[in-house]
Write a protein that binds this ligand. Structure first.
Ligand SMILES: *Cc1c(COP(=O)(O)O)cnc(C)c1O
Length: 415
């Protein structure tokens, strides 16, 4: 089928749109813009139009775009030593592993497995669960309905979204998706459960928080039944929620966490971090990755984490949350139902299923946000944002909401 069949006959497509439609895999929809450069919380498109980037590459660019710390770490390491394979170690790899252990609070006994993405971190977590049950009938892996853990076959099996799985059956066996309630977990737990994998806040589901006390109950139940508790911190980690990792708000110690997105600040890197006895499950020959943890990626990731720490960006995430919540409420838009989430991972619930229209209007006004689902706008800006960016966001977002609510009133629909 020709790519042009999806084209509106009346719109003229820019050359880059033609190229994208012809050359890029069609597993994504049409690209919304062509971005050519960025600085801080702003990006510019091919026509030099400026946008405030409140998505940050989906919670990835923790320091914003082209941060001097990121640029310096990348260029200095690239001109020193980029890659040697995992037959060997490098100083940046050891430094980043030690830093992740400290920030996650694993203590001495923790260990870090480096991969290149969130999905790979969760693949490693899946294998950890299998190793935990190795040689027994402890083969069940529990995850939550609506949860998102990645798109590779293992991480897709873990993902609690049947619509994403339907075209790729059969799934890797042994995974069960349960309701996100403490009662459902109590009912599902037994001695055949190897692991429970949960996100502290379900980002892709629309910034959905766990029920009050869920992680504490999950810790207690998994411990009682000898199962691992693994927390997917790929979106919530690296300071985004106002703690280094989302589980820390609950005051629990998991057996493992998975991280990616923000820890590289834009460089592709992910990791599985294990705590206590779970750190002894992998043994030589059980897992690996050619690129995982190479000197270039860990130099950048280590520098990004060091900057988040020294610039106080974890506290900044918490402080800006309050400002954003107050400011969004003060907009007084009839389209806003409420705000969910924590720190700088917020879901703005809408009173109508018009999230896509709001995203398009925001883009017109020069603001990048994301429709996490039909009635939720997700924002995940750089952790570096200050008063000026918050004020800019509120002005642009207010304008986008007004554009959409005016259009709804014109159509006679309830706004
Ligand atoms: C993004 C995400 C993943 C997948 O990460 P990729 O780098 O896209 O493979 C897994 N879990 C959560 C919670 C995520 O937000």
């Amino acid at each position: 089928m020709n790519a042009d069949t999806t084209q509106e006959p009346t719109t003229t497509r820019a050359p880059w749109q033609e190229d994208a439609g012809r050359d890029l895999v069609r597993s994504f929809g049409d690209r919304m813009a062509l971005f050519v450069r960025g600085e801080g919380a702003y990006v510019w498109d091919g026509d030099d139009k400026k946008y405030l980037d409140f998505l940050a590459g989906i919670a990835v660019n923790a320091l914003g775009h082209a941060h001097p710390v990121f640029v310096e770490a990348l260029t200095a390491q690239a001109s020193t030593l980029s890659h040697v394979s995992n037959y060997f170690a490098t100083p940046p790899q050891l430094a980043m592993a030690a830093r992740l252990k400290r920030l996650a609070g694993t203590g001495e006994s923790g260990r870090v497995y480096f991969g290149n993405s969130g999905a790979e971190a969760n693949e490693a977590a899946f294998k950890l669960a299998r190793l935990h049950g190795r040689g027994t009938d402890r083969t069940r892996v529990l995850t939550l309905k609506g949860g998102f853990h990645g798109r590779t076959m293992g991480s897709l099996a873990l993902t609690g979204k049947p619509a994403l799985q339907a075209d790729f059956l059969p799934m890797v066996p042994g995974v069960e998706h349960i309701d996100a309630t403490i009662e459902a977990l109590e009912a599902a737990m037994d001695e055949r459960v190897a692991a429970l994998l949960v996100e502290p806040i379900q980002g892709e589901a629309g910034v959905v928080e766990l029920p009050e006390g869920y992680l504490q109950a999950a810790r207690e139940l998994t411990e009682r039944h000898g199962a691992l508790l693994i927390v997917d911190e790929i979106q919530t980690g690296a300071g985004r929620t106002g703690a280094w990792f989302g589980f820390q708000h609950a005051g629990i110690t998991p057996d493992a966490i998975t991280v990616a997105k923000g820890i590289g600040g834009g460089f592709p890197i992910g990791a599985l971090i294990t705590f206590g006895a779970a750190s002894d499950l992998f043994f030589p020959g059980t897992h690996g990755s050619t690129f995982g943890g190479n000197a270039l990626g860990t130099a950048v990731g280590g520098a990004v984490l060091a900057e988040i720490e020294s610039a106080g960006l974890v506290d900044n995430a918490a402080r800006r949350e309050t400002q954003l919540r107050d400011g969004i409420a003060a907009l007084g838009s009839p389209l806003v139902a409420g705000v969910r989430g924590r720190g700088l991972l917020l879901g703005i619930g809408l009173t109508s299923p018009v999230a896509k229209a709001v995203v398009a209007a925001a883009q017109e006004h020069g603001l990048i946000v994301n429709a996490a689902n039909d009635d939720t706008i997700r924002i995940a800006p750089p952790l570096t944002i200050g008063d000026a960016e918050v004020a800019d966001f509120l002005e642009l977002f207010g304008a986008a909401l007004a554009t959409v609510s005016d259009a709804l009133i014109l159509e006679g629909a309830p706004a």
